[in-house]
Design a protein around this ligand. Structure first.
Ligand SMILES: NC(=O)c1ccc[n+]([C@@H]2O[C@H](COP(=O)([O-])OP(=O)(O)OC[C@H]3O[C@@H](n4cnc5c(N)ncnc54)[C@H](O)[C@@H]3O)[C@@H](O)[C@H]2O)c1
Length: 352
């Protein structure tokens, strides 16, 4: 069967660590273009992988009728613009998470998907994580009983990424800890619990520890060194409660808090059993059997979720059928994050 011609738009960290290697490994796909506004990045990808052409303007990619699918791996502020243009040009799109900076941008993407009838997936890679998929099966089978509350903790001890750079500039990223990390946690909870509709959100997003940039003392500074002349106008921690048609979701997240130890887990609380997912790893199930409290930890191989995500995207391109990462499902994560930021600004609960 003929290979699907793809293009990767934005050749930075996630493109090089996930999308490009996954396409290279997949015999259904052939990379035709590497596109980056920094020409050396696109050229470096051509050199490294020995395929494709380097271009700087994504419109050139979209003008090629042979290109069927594109990965959008640019910073958040370009997601909506490029994804809508690509859909309008008849391409199928896998756009990195979060869908967009704000809900109206994500809705424009969804509308373009409806209008063009093309595939629009969001890079919510955890939907393809072996632990997450198993937890969903456990919940679907009723092993946990009624899952009435899910709690997510994604908290780090002083590790704001690239202080003063793209991650901490609202106009580029749309938000901080919530939009960057929270999106993964919120989305995987929605997936495991059957994509329930969100109803109300109450929360507060704090911008505290990074605000005085020069005095911020840090443990880790992933995504580049500090730029003290840059911008810091995003949340470095967040707390919230979300009511849905399914469970209540509560969350406590932070790039930076004054805590001694990082925490990255999700507790699914059911009336028959509970599950703790160690984010990115395995999970433990807690229940009672024959009058005894028991816990067990299933052991299995965790495959590369990005490869599974891209394999599934290519299947969608071939079949024309949406999958679990389709924008119509992922829009709920955007609704929740928007409502949480709105709730924080308004100081009250927001009805979705
Ligand atoms: N799914 C995940 O686990 C995961 C992990 C990291 C990042 N991400 C997401 O991936 C996206 C990119 O993050 P990153 O860390 O790779 O950033 P990055 O800065 O390393 O790479 C982004 C690249 O896009 C290029 N770019 C910007 N505007 C462009 C345009 N108009 N046309 C072509 N190229 C353009 C930049 O020059 C840069 O090389 C973000 O949305 C981020 O949230 C997802």
């Amino acid at each position: 069967m003929e290979k699907i011609k793809v293009a990767v738009i934005g050749c930075g960290t996630i493109a090089n660590s996930a999308h490009i290697p996954a396409y290279m490994k997949n015999d259904k796909a052939e990379i035709r273009y590497f596109c980056d506004i920094i020409p050396e990045r696109a050229a470096a990808a051509v050199e490294k992988y020995g395929v494709g052409r380097a271009v700087a303007d994504y419109h050139e990619v979209l003008a090629d009728p042979e290109v069927e699918a594109v990965s959008v791996c640019t910073p958040n502020f370009m997601h909506s613009v490029i994804a809508v243009d690509a859909l309008e040009a008849g391409k199928n799109v896998l756009c990195e998470k979060p869908a967009a900076r704000i809900l109206p941008e994500a809705k424009r993407m969804l509308e373009a998907c409806d209008r063009t009838g093309r595939i629009l997936n969001i890079g919510v890679c955890n939907r393809f994580h072996d632990s997450v998929m198993r937890i969903r099966e456990y919940i679907d089978e009723g092993r946990l009983g009624e899952v009435y509350h899910v709690y997510a903790s994604f908290r780090n001890h002083r590790s704001i990424p690239g202080l003063g750079g793209a991650f901490t500039t609202k106009a580029i990223a749309g938000g901080g800890a919530l939009i960057d990390w929270g999106v993964h946690f919120i989305d995987l909870i929605l997936y495991c619990t059957g994509d329930p509709k969100p109803l109300t959100v109450s929360g507060t997003a704090f911008s505290k520890l990074g605000r005085d940039m020069r005095s911020y003392t840090y443990k880790s500074m992933w995504a580049g060194p500090p730029d003290y002349e840059g911008t810091y106008d995003v949340d470095d921690s967040v707390v919230g409660v979300v009511r849905t048609e399914g469970p209540v979701i509560s969350l406590n997240g932070a790039w930076a808090q004054n805590i001694g130890k990082n925490e990255m887990f999700i507790d699914f609380m059911g009336d028959k059993a509970g599950v703790r997912l160690d984010y990115g790893g395995h999970f433990t199930l807690y229940t009672a059997e024959h009058g005894a409290l028991v816990e067990y930890r299933p052991d299995f191989e965790i495959r590369n979720m990005y490869e599974l995500e891209i394999d599934s995207f290519l299947d969608c391109v071939r079949s024309g059928k949406p999958n679990r990462a389709d924008i119509h499902k992922i829009i709920h994560s955007s609704e929740i994050m928007q409502a949480l930021y709105d709730s924080s600004d308004l100081g009250r609960e927001v009805v979705i």
